[in-house]
Design a protein around this ligand. Structure first.
Ligand code: UDP
Length: 348
């Protein structure tokens, strides 16, 4: 660490050991922006955190810990990733989700106000839209979440808006669509052993590390009968976070932005792309629809480009799939050792 970075204010990244948080820490470090992270390592990995970033291992729900970190590290802004992210789990354990997502965010915002921090970048989700009537989904579409995960995030959005009006706290709320892929330099990726996300699951099936991919539903009202999603490369998403932070540090106003490319790909297209990239067949079976899956989720993606000047660099589906596969291959050794370890899947 240089003297200059020691003297500069830091951005506090909650959940920096996780999939998206660790990519953002690398993007911040690449941009020369000092950061500190809090993570309880319940699902994240210490190795995912860049060496230059201090890790405070602890509980996000502790106001005392947050007060101390904010003071001790001269924090001027917060990026909030930590939380629970598995939709089906949120249905069976809703209160865990309201505690880990909504209540912990409340604690975090209280600490921000005590510390005089007025800048927050928040990880929200397209799940706040529920099952939209039409695509692309613009930011002003109705928010009618259909599961506790989406509801827990929407409540935090509301707290940010209200704290903005009452206390001048400025926020950039980023609603993620389907985040996938891995750092092109191979420094981090999605490491959860038991995943539920399509691209990761398909890569694991291809590598023979799990049973064949079940394609959930082939009778949707879409061109090839399978669901359509807007897959966004995690490194493009990380860049959007850096731009959001810089916007707030420049004194920019609060923003609500979808994070997607405005382009959909079907499940069959994803599978076909993985087969083209790998030259191998993906073992797959056709299964019933998965409850709660809307046929199409595609972002209205103009606003983020206009407001932040965000220009995606990794928006080709083959590149997303290739980076996910090469990350998965790099994990083969360690996952082999971990065997059938339990754990929660990661969700954007
Ligand atoms: N999907 C699938 N098989 C799987 C996992 C996902 O067919 O093993 C489908 C799922 O039904 C949805 C799409 O892939 O249509 C994306 O699902 P994912 O869980 O990756 O993200 P979600 O859109 O649910 O957040």
């Amino acid at each position: 660490m240089t003297d200059q970075t020691a003297a500069s204010p830091r951005v506090l990244v909650t959940g920096g050991a996780g999939y998206i948080g660790s990519h953002v820490l690398h993007a911040l470090t690449d941009a020369g922006i000092p950061a500190v992270t809090i993570d309880n390592l319940s699902t994240g990995r210490r190795e995912a955190i860049p060496a230059a970033v201090p890790l405070v291992e602890g509980d996000m729900g502790s106001a005392e810990l947050l007060d101390w970190v904010m003071r001790d590290h001269r924090v001027d802004a917060v990026m909030h990733f930590a939380g629970s992210i598995v939709v089906p789990e949120s249905v069976v354990k809703p209160l865990d989700y309201y505690r880990n997502n909504t209540a912990n965010s409340l604690t975090l915002l209280g600490a921000c106000l005590r510390a005089g921090i007025d800048k927050v970048v928040f990880s929200s989700t397209a799940a706040v839209y529920g099952a939209p009537e039409s695509v692309p989904i613009r930011e002003d579409a109705p928010t009618v979440p259909i599961n506790p995960y989406g509801a827990s995030k929407l409540m935090t959005e509301q707290m940010l808006r209200d704290a903005g009006a009452a206390h001048g706290l400025r926020s950039v709320i980023l609603r993620y669509f389907n985040v996938a892929g891995a750092d092109p330099a191979g420094r981090t990726g999605q490491a959860t052993p038991v995943a539920t996300h399509l691209i990761k699951v398909a890569c694991q099936a291809l590598l023979g590390r799990r049973p064949p991919l079940a394609i959930f539903g082939t009778d949707y009202d879409t061109p090839d009968g399978t669901c359509i999603r807007d897959y966004i490369h995690v490194s493009d998403l990380a860049d959007a976070h850096v731009l959001a932070l810089l916007h707030l540090r420049r004194g920019g106003e609060s923003l609500l932005l979808n994070c997607g490319y405005g382009r959909g790909a079907s499940v069959r297209e994803v599978v076909r792309t993985l087969e083209e990239v790998s030259g191998e067949q993906v073992p797959a079976t056709f299964a019933d629809r998965r409850p709660g899956d809307p046929p199409q989720l595609v972002a209205g993606a103009d606003r983020i480009r206009e407001q932040l000047g965000w220009v995606p660099k990794h928006d080709r589906l083959d590149g997303i799939v290739r980076s996910a596969l090469s990350w998965e291959r790099s994990l083969e050794q360690s996952v082999g050792q971990a065997g059938a370890l339990g754990g929660s899947a990661s969700r954007s």
